[in-house]
Design a binder for this molecule. Sequence first.
Ligand code: AMP
Length: 543
Amino acid sequence: MQGLMQDWPLLTHKVLDHAAIYHPDQEIVSRSVEGPIHRQTYADLNRRARKLASACEKHGLKLGDVAGTMAWNGYRHLEIWYGIMGLGAVVHTLNPRLFPEQLTYIIDHAEDKWFFVDLTFVPIMEGIQDKLPSIKNFVVMTDRDHMPDTSLRGALCYEDLLAEGDEDFVWPEFDENTACGMCYTSGTTGNPKGVVYSHRSNVLHAMSTNMADALGFHSTDAVMPVVPMFHANAWSTAFSAPMAGAKMIMPGAMMDGASIYELLDTEQASITLAVPTVWLMLLQYLEQNPEKKLEALKRVVIGGSACPESMMKAFEEDYDVEVIHAWGMTEMSPLGTLGTRKGGMENMSQEDWWPIKLKQGRPPFTVEMRITDDDEKELPRDGKAFGHLVVRGPCISKAYMKGEGGNILDSEGYFDTGDVSTVDEYGFMQITDRSKDVIKSGGEWISSIDLENIAVGHPDVAEAAVIGIEHPKWDERPLLVIVKKDGAEPEGDDILKFMEGKIAKWWMPDDVAFVEEIPHTATGKISKLQLRQQFEDYKLPTA
Ligand code: AMP
């Protein structure tokens, strides 16, 4: 027997319809690229997204076309997401921090036909447009007064284009499995690979990650996604915040500690999300300005790289802000786990809870997860065994764009995340390492992430990275690479002493190297690849 419920496809513009009807006056506040703070409501977003869709349709954009964006988090970027997706076309976000050769490869591979670009990034696109014949229309995301004198092919001014549209535009009907978003990820080997989200996966992911034990946004929340819309789907916030009717605060181009603080404070953000490097800048700014407090902020979500204990402590103990440690990846839409207390842990002492809270957390409904050995055999959930972390679910990739990389699922349909982790008896997962970064010493594994998190707790250390260096006896041994805090002069031995007792003796790094800067990837993670190249000829004193 079939159920007798209505067919109501899970389409992203249904989220906007809901926000516009039930939360029409709720605000979207953006730091605009032109400078001033801009305010609009969900009713405005709905009107303008429809106008944009209608105007683009008149100019020939249709179902299945790909439209690239290179833009900060702001109201126009949101309008493009909803407007383009609502047409059944695909929004392809580009990370401006990639090299021009990577950008051309990705845009060409995805066959972008339209391209929306923020003022900041016009020069980047001018520099590479000749290598991108697939792009028919460039749209500069600004108004007539700020329109630059640009060589971009047939450049349209966003506000002029929008003015051609009809705010009563009716969204077309199409299947919920239609592609709506695309984001390339650099993966471990070969060229970047395109992750393709569907309407269904984005709507389901927003519902799943918005459950009370996960992000749990309320319509009374003010959500500030510092995580960019061009990195891993902005952790779903562009869908989950409107779905909840929460206020949105979009930080635009200004990502330094002072600017982030200013918006958090003036707009009274209650929850904010970003990678650890952003929070490092904010905490340093607060340290230098002790009169500043985080009064309205209740929760901060930290993910993308491991959250060090010292960062979690600073937020919780110095500023009374709850930290939620999260893990995920582009291929997972992206959230996979969040570290919130679960039933049975209500009365757990802070002392017992703290080491669990530091882990990457547990999956919300829709994410199935397990760890396996090299033969795909499941390993115990005992918090000790570590193995390949594999995942499956309706918001997780089953293939990359154009089948790049071949079959990416194992015999039971699980996707290998490339991370190595443990899972404990409570279901909390802890990342040990990326499988390619784990240090293999004498047949045993040393977690570079654990070592980094401890080293960065030293008061004179600004940032720490650990890589394996070839060793004649042990295969590899850890080298600790340190960026000192401004004005501090720690000795290598001080830092190693600080780590004593916090790790097994044989995990202790064999040496400490000081550098001015640690290289980062375009998504703000430590680039172990570049660091390994930098220390290619390094000889350990123990070798
Ligand atoms: P991306 O697709 O760029 O978001 O990268 C995903 C990868 O980032 C994961 O496979 C992990 O290796 C890493 N990652 C994300 N969140 C965390 C976290 N909380 N702790 C440690 N690693 C993380």
